[in-house]
Design a protein around this ligand. Sequence first.
Ligand code: GLA
Length: 394
Amino acid sequence: MNSSPDITESDPEIALQALNLFEKRFGTSPIVAHAPGRINLIGEHVDYLDGVVLPMAIDRRAAVAIAASKDGRTTIAAPDLGIEVAWDGPPPRHAIETSEHRFANHLLGVIAAAGGTSQPVSILVTSEIPAGAGVSSSAAIEVAAGAAWSVFQGTNPDDPLRLARDAQRAEHEFVGTPCGIMDMLVSAAAEADAALRIDCRTLEFGAVPLPGADRLAFLLVDSGVSHRLADGGYADRRAACERVVEALGISLRDATSEMVDSLTIDAVDRRRAHHVINEIRRVDQAIVMLGQGDLAGLGSVMLDGHASLRDLFEVSVPELDLIVETASHLREDGCFGARMTGGGFGGAAIVLADPSRLDLVRKTIEDAFQARFDRRPDCFRVRSVEGVRIATGA
Ligand code: GLA
């Protein structure tokens, strides 16, 4: 990770924005770190089941600025959301329950996971990652917070696994989402122009190079249906899979569909487990396709993944299905494939297209969405970028 003493022109705009907002609000110079959101190419709902995943960090980042408090109070400000919350003394070591201030739990959770402090601090968050689109705006904030906090505390910020684990603990213990490690680890460890293969059992990770931006474009299509993983559907899917693991006596990573079929279990639980077993295989297939430069093959694997999330895991919504179905009809017209990305229950789909045909693919999807849902979805091209960075060492 780069550690430079001043915000430089090579730092992204969002870092400068965090610095300016912080100085305006608190009248002092902070440490700033910034981290990306992500899409997941394949490997959905398998990270909390020892699976393998293939996410990619995207060129939308969140920045967190931290400095010692000058007024004896701990303040967390998120001007983008119009939120500011403060306490006398150091940051609380427990989650905040009041709904309008729950946002602070992402920060308080990371600080607590890193060991807490007896010092009052000032913190400001700003982000260009759409919230509720399933592209990990929360993980980006937590990872950026962890990196800025490490520098602030004089500890080593160059440990992606520790940053990811602290962020995950924040989600589990403060935010209330029993998520896996994928989102935070890719935000911490991603490399540019590559996806990140993460083995969620061993926690080994490594870059998988992607074709150049002249060969492959990633279009993010936000369904506009806001997903909230803390609402129960996610925990419900996780619990179903854990029941099957319990009945099998082995991890779904090591199980076959036949083994699952031989169990006497609930039919819904069985479907969930089938998704997981096949999805882990699809990740390996996708990596082979990428290695061979077979983008049509990669697209087919993604379409299969979507069908499984829709029919077996049941975490898609009609808006996402329509985007993916429309994309699948454009396979002769420059579209390789598409799928919903992230936890589901809303959020976004990713569409892989030939960059020279992207405008047509995009317009066709927007028009089809408009015809069915009477509004245009937010669409933007995303690029693969590097993970968390420190913008200023103050
Ligand atoms: C959310 C979670 C991740 C992962 C995905 C589904 O993004 O935060 O840990 O489980 O859903 O793949």
